[in-house]
Design a binder for this molecule. Structure first.
Ligand code: EPZ
Length: 426
């Protein structure tokens, strides 16, 4: 497993183009199954999760080329509806294949998905929605057998505004007969991007971005070319990394409208941010203030995917901050590792109490999940001395060669293959 070595205390300066959104690209790649044909999807970052999604499409019979952040994928000839366990287990998004495969082939055999260990991550709402459209789902001996001779539109109420369940049901509903209404739908920008993609295929989807989405089933769909929206979480990560190092950076390919809740928090802390069109300038020369209380919530609330990174940032703020995590019940594994770097954070149930410290100091820490790993890099960039972040693969799931991105901004960060790490006897 790779390790990142980071020498902290270096302010970040320079410009960087933000990668396309992982959490938009993944459902969109799954949706290419809905209509056979040849697609070109632009701004798809080179990530482990994208690689797994493309491997899944390949095992189903599709062909693809992923070069320079552009994916050419052809789903004309599907030869299988079975997803091997070893691929399902590598990420959460493998569950997104249920809707499109039901819509295209009328069946799918898979197992429960993997993904970041940040909570139970149930899939009951995915099943509830697909069964409402007429699918039968039987789980036995570790496999999920899902069939639907005919999908029929229906009304579905989501007990929780689940992002993945909303997307899965949208994709299946495109191929259902009649109208489907999804109540209490998730409102994330990635869902709006999926709606735009589906409508360009020839589908009729409306309401994404609100809590009610209406899908009218469509028989005739066709392949398209499409560009994925910017990654708001990567942009937020880079923003906080610049601020904690008291640097000054310019980010391109940013949509500030997707980042309002984070920008509100960083503004309260005293981080100076200017933005116009798709460019965002971040500068922060002075110490920043703590935030009394942040509560993560479904969009447009404060994103759970920015919780760990914000905690790292607030660990050196002036004063005490509180972060309450309401989306995932196990998303505080980065606290122990941040405290290893000298942070002063205490957790009580789903609430973290962060007492700002004057400085952090380098140590060896472990990335326990994708955003926890990103948080450790943010902290390491500000810490005195050298920090090593192990289990770097977690970070590679969501950040395209993160060491190159940060090196472009002047950070002193190197990736070490595990054997070279030991060979230099460090
Ligand atoms: C998506 O995961 C994102 N992943 C996650 O990003 C993100 O944290 C999450 O949405 C919330 O915004 C992708 O889009 C690939 P959910 P998803 O279904 O769809 C419960 C990252 O860092 N729930 O909205 O899995 C669930 O247990 C990743 O990029 C059910 O109870 O999230 C959780 O507590 C991490 N039953 C809550 O809802 C269900 O059937 C939110 O889950 C589904 C979910």
């Amino acid at each position: 497993m790779d390790t990142f070595a980071i020498k902290g205390g270096v302010p970040l300066y320079g410009g960087l183009r933000v990668q396309g959104a992982k959490n938009a690209a993944l459902p969109i790649l799954a949706a290419t199954i809905l209509a056979g044909g040849s697609y070109t999807i632009y701004d798809v970052p080179h990530l482990l999760d994208i690689k797994v999604m493309l491997e899944i499409l390949s095992t189903l019979g599709a062909t693809y080329v992923h070069k320079d952040s552009t994916v050419h994928v052809d789903t004309t000839n599907l030869t299988s509806a079975y997803i091997p366990h070893e691929l399902m287990g590598q990420m959460r998004s493998s569950i997104f294949l249920m809707g499109p495969l039901l819509g295209r082939c009328g069946e799918i055999v898979l197992s429960r998905p993997g993904g970041c260990a940040i909570g139970e991550r149930r899939i009951n709402l995915h099943f509830k929605g697909l069964e409402a459209l007429g699918a039968t789902i039987v789980e036995e001996e570790g496999f999920i057998h899902c069939k639907a001779d005919k999908l029929k539109g229906n009304a579905v109420f989501l007990d929780y505004p689940s992002v993945g369940a909303t997307e899965n049901i949208m994709m299946a509903a495109v191929r259902a007969e009649g109208e489907t209404i999804i109540y209490n739908a998730a409102r994330e920008p990635e869902i709006v991007d999926l709606q735009n993609f589906l409508n360009q295929l020839g589908a009729r989807v409306r309401g994404a971005g609100s809590d009610t989405i209406v899908v009218s089933g469509t028989k005739h769909l066709h392949s398209i070319d499409y560009k994925v929206i910017p990654d708001r979480i990567v942009a937020g990560t880079l923003l906080l990394a610049s601020a904690i190092t008291k640097g000054e950076i310019e980010l391109h390919n940013v949509n500030p409208q997707h980042m309002i809740s984070l920008l509100d928090i960083t503004g309260q802390c005293g981080v100076e941010i200017e933005y116009a069109h798709d460019i965002m300038k971040v500068k922060s020369k002075k110490d920043f203030k703590a935030i009394n209380r942040i509560v993560t919530a479904p969009y447009p609330g404060f994103p759970t995917d920015m919780q760990a990174q914000t905690m790292a940032f607030l660990s050196v703020a002036q004063g005490c901050s509180i972060i309450k995590e309401t989306v995932f019940e196990g998303r505080f594994r980065h606290v122990t590792e941040l405290n290893r770097l000298g942070a002063d954070i205490y957790v009580d149930l789903n609430t973290a109490f962060i007492r700002g410290v004057p400085r952090l100091s380098g140590a060896t820490v472990e990335a326990t999940d994708l955003r926890a790993g990103a948080a450790l890099i943010i902290a390491a960039l500000a810490a005195e001395g050298e920090t090593r972040v192990t289990e770097a693969y977690h970070i590679d799931r969501g950040y395209d060669t993160i060491e190159k991105q940060f090196s472009c901004l002047g950070a002193r960060i190197t990736r070490m293959e595990n054997d070279s790490f030991h060979s230099t006897g460090i």
